[in-house]
Write a protein that binds this ligand. Structure first.
Ligand code: FES
Length: 126
């Protein structure tokens, strides 16, 4: 009986680790159309919705790679060394970071009626 319990626990642990690995490697996220105005924070990225559209930015600080925190009055702050970024543009307003946050590929999928965010930079048209 103890062996059966151990096998069950091992199976549950394996399934949980598989789920966590999928979450870590997920490169595409979908959101319903009713994203609120301003900043919505999702860990690896955040969305900024204005009157016209939605923008997605990475939350990886461009100074040394820390995850930046949630927005406060339209600005995102990195707790590692204090850089601040304008949530609307991703541009730094206070150092030591000098590069803007990476803008991510984000578009509205008319078929599903959802916003799609891909965790890779937007493509330049040059
Ligand atoms: S890693 Fe963000 S300010 Fe240094």
């Amino acid at each position: 009986m103890a062996g059966l319990g151990t096998a069950f626990l091992a199976l549950m642990w394996w399934r949980l680790s598989q789920f966590q690995e999928r979450e870590e490697n997920q490169l595409e996220f979908r959101h319903n159309a009713n994203i609120p105005l301003g900043v919505s924070y999702f860990g690896k990225y955040y969305l900024y919705r204005d009157e016209k559209t939605v923008h997605a930015f990475s939350t990886t600080c461009t100074h040394a790679g820390c995850r930046i925190g949630k927005a406060n009055a339209g600005f995102l702050q990195c707790s590692c060394h204090g850089s601040e970024f304008d949530a609307k543009t991703g541009k730094p307003v206070k150092g030591p970071a000098i590069k803007p946050l990476q803008e991510l590929d984000c578009y509205f999928d008319k078929l599903s009626g959802q916003w799609v965010v891909k965790l890779h930079p937007i493509k330049n048209e040059s």
